[in-house]
Design a protein. Structure first.
Length: 420
């Protein structure tokens, strides 16, 4: 009998026959979801010899929901996702420059899925943009509910924009707006609570998975009281609550100031030899360069919403593109999690059985790991890597590989299963 996944005392309880809601997605969503569902089901069957099985429950969101109900995100969908704790989804339509707000952002905010978790690694044989792509193996934690994604914006000439500009004039800051009469205005909230809970999840992940460092990525040199405070609050949290497990660059600077740089270097080396996690920070634009030139220096990344959006896609491009980049949106306190394809809907390819389904398949791998079904997760990951290494791939990789065999989306799913 199928059961809901439950959550208590920060622990999931998953039966052998859990009910998992899924959102098929828009555009190429049906193509990639069909391939992914087949792969996930086959891996579970293969790994547990029929003793475990997922009961899939479709919930509506996006164009399919609008066509059937007149709503882009029905309240029933949110209720089911809340009560079942774990779900998975394909890409959803987001208009640019107007119309409805992003459904992806809405789901994250409604369920308070504050941590966007994106592992970035190279699969053997995948065409990569950098030399020695095997050096890339880190996990990015992106704050999901604040920053400019809060959606607080006022178009030019609106009452809201005028009132904000008037307030800035009263505060003596209005002169910093170069062209106030034609400016739209956006607000960027960064809270202490939001910063700390995101960073704490990243640090807990690093401890659990024996990672060597957590890097805070920010633009605090310019945005001193938003991104700068993200850095300040997270450093302080690490020292206050994980002092025996971490060595921070704040501590490094204190030792350097009290003694000298040699003493500081020695202290960091000693901390590394003791297995302490190094907490460091990098300016966002510098980090965009370093993930291409020195990616092996990074293990776990903690950053804000907009930075995380840029950084995760850039990092994925270095090792093959967002077509093989998985993602999860998680609230580590409430237990709610939605795993998702990280790319767009690509409507021009909809229904053509063409695109790479790896992003949603690997998001399924993350979901299985989250559920504790690690055997099935490992099986999929290894079989997918074998398909790429054997050059039996979809068009996005085939056109970049010499001597590759072109497979359809569904055929790539079958190829993964054949490698079990």
């Amino acid at each position: 009998m199928a059961d809901k996944i439950t959550y208590k005392d920060e622990k999931l309880t998953v039966s052998n026959n859990p009910i998992i809601p899924f959102i098929e997605g828009d555009g190429i969503g049906p193509d990639i979801w069909n391939a992914a569902q087949k792969v996930i089901d086959a891996a579970v069957e293969h790994s547990y010899e029929g003793s475990k099985k997922i009961e899939w429950l479709e919930v509506l969101c996006g164009e399919k929901a609008f066509d059937k109900t007149g709503e882009w995100l029905p309240s029933e969908t949110l209720d089911i996702l809340r009560s079942h704790y774990v779900g998975i989804k394909g890409p959803l339509t987001t208009p640019v420059g107007g119309g409805m707000r992003s459904l992806n952002v809405t789901l994250r905010k409604e369920l308070d899925l504050y941590a966007c978790v994106r592992p970035v690694r190279w699969f053997r044989g995948a065409p990569a943009a950098i030399i020695d792509p095997y050096r890339v193996n880190f996990v990015l934690f992106r704050e999901n509910t604040e920053d400019v994604y809060s959606g607080i914006e006022f178009p030019k000439d609106s009452d809201g924009a005028k009132q904000v500009i008037d307030l800035l004039n009263e505060l003596g800051e209005g002169h910093k707006i170069r062209f106030p009469e034609s400016s739209s205005i956006g607000i960027k909230p960064i809270s202490k609570e939001g910063s700390i809970r995101l960073f704490d999840s990243a640090l807990q992940y690093a401890i659990k998975h024996n990672r060597k460092s957590v890097t805070i990525v920010h633009k605090g040199n310019i945005m001193k009281f938003t991104e700068g405070y993200f850095k300040k609050w997270t450093y302080e949290h690490a020292e206050a609550h994980y002092g025996d497990k971490v060595f921070t660059w704040m501590e490094y600077d204190r030792i350097k100031e009290e003694k000298d740089i040699h003493a500081a270097n020695a202290a960091q080396s000693e901390a590394e030899s003791e297995g302490k996690i190094i907490i460091k920070d990098v300016i966002a634009d510098a980090f965009l360069q370093q993930i291409l030139l020195r990616p092996d220096e990074y293990d776990v990344i903690a950053t804000m919403n907009l930075n995380g959006d840029y950084l995760s896609d850039s990092a994925a491009a270095a090792v093959g593109g967002i077509g093989i980049s998985p993602g999860a949106n998680i609230n580590y306190k409430s237990g709610h999690a939605i795993f998702e394809a990280t790319h767009g809907t690509a409507p021009k390819y909809a229904g053509l059985d063409k695109v790479n389904p790896s992003s949603v398949i690997l998001s399924g791998v993350m979901m299985l790991q989250h559920m504790g079904w690690t055997e099935a997760a490992t099986l999929i990951e290894r079989a997918l890597e074998m398909a790429i290494y054997n050059k039996r791939v979809t068009y996005d990789f085939e056109r970049l590989m010499h001597g590759a065999t072109l497979l359809k989306c569904s055929e790539f799913g079958d190829e993964i299963i054949s490698n079990f």
